[in-house]
Design a protein around this ligand. Sequence first.
Ligand code: CA
Length: 499
Amino acid sequence: MKYILLFAICLFMTVHRVPAQTKRPNIIFIFSDDHAYQAISAYGSQLAQTPNIDRIAREGVLFTHAMVTNSICGPSRATLLTGKYSHKNGYPLNEQKFDVNQTLFPRLLQENGYQTAWIGKWHLGNLPQGFDYWRILPGQGNYYNPDFISKEDTARIPGYVTNIISDLSFNWLNNRDTCKPFMLVIGEKATHREWLPDLQDLGAYDNVTFPLPETFHDDYMGRDAAGHQDMTVDKTMRLMEDLKVHVDYTKSFFRRFTPDQQRPFAAYYDGITREFDSLHLTGDALVQWKFQRYLKDYLSTAHSLDRNIGRILHYLDSTGLAANTVVIYASDQGFYMGEHGWFDKRFMYEESLRTPFMIRYPGVVKPGTRNDAFLLNIDWAPGILDMAGVKVPADMQGKSFVPLLKGDKGWRNAMYYHYYEFPQPHHVSPHFGIRTAQYKLIRFYGAEHGWELFDMKKDPGEVNNLYGRKGYEQITAKLKVQLKQLILQYDDKDALKEL
Ligand code: CA
């Protein structure tokens, strides 16, 4: 009786207050961190199987060329919230305070009758605005027994972060105001460094030997910025913090384990340490050993991410929400799985420029669709607003992706990128550039002055810098004109000075 009454009240309110909005979808945006498309089987991964993420693609659309406009964590979140490039939303670097008083898409949803929530990693140096509910990790957060900040307090929650973020999400969904549609961002910590797998996933890839990427032994010839970075598996990746060799459990995040967690964790990694000690590796053999361990830890951490996405999809099935809920899966950027000898992101090269992006939108998207449009992270906020029937503000720089979902072919044929953070961490020189279907032109400035030009069809690994080579004068001049047009279009004054 109580439920019939509640239903009647909802129906009455819906009919009388927002008659045109009764079919507005719920939206769940699952936003992982540093999850490479090379690690997702829907993208043809040779490294791992991700059946639950693949299900979103199978039942929706997979974007093969989704890209970010500044490939690091905080700036990607700022762009998600604002639909703007970093130079317009004031958040070009990590570890600043994001201005939460500017126009944010969740606030516009709120003003138009949506209930909004952000649960999980936020990492914008400030507390969220525009959300009815939020519960966030402080900074990067922890994999084990993480603290969570809410409007009321900061509290430690026992367990493994990816499981906890799902549990908190289900809890909010169970207790939400069912009269309103909702938009929930599930901000995953996985698969950010340092990769700590859930206990049940330790050793998940022990029997696998991963193939080296073709560019693993890149000599960076003709690419000075690539040669001077600090993000190689060889030199930058640390044996203890990153690969858990000779762990000191009194240090850093290793202190967070309970005895019951530390016991199996230490048992596993003591075995790895013994193996490491017995091999006495040096030179390339050591680098290759580190690469294998890196991938094993990274992919074991992703195992829990995929399993929890399965839990989220199952929740939507079992509550009857699936039919009217859009599910988006995205990472904040891509990541290097050993390509160019690297981990991390930042460069405008494909592995970190592109990011996983897929949408399940029942009744609108034909299941199993693939789309190769240059969908950018500035388009995410406009697309979400459009799905919710909310007008997109004129100063958002992206475009709604909804026409793409409905089969529209008209879209940008060139994209603009700008990266800033330098020198720490990872010493990647600031750069901006343009990518078209066939070419990529990058301008490095600051520490490394120079240009790079790649033919993406002939050289998808981006090792052969064609800039200044005979025969490429015309295409270079044409790309520079196009690049300047994009810089003017997006009003990037800093880039204009460096052309
Ligand atoms: Ca990230």
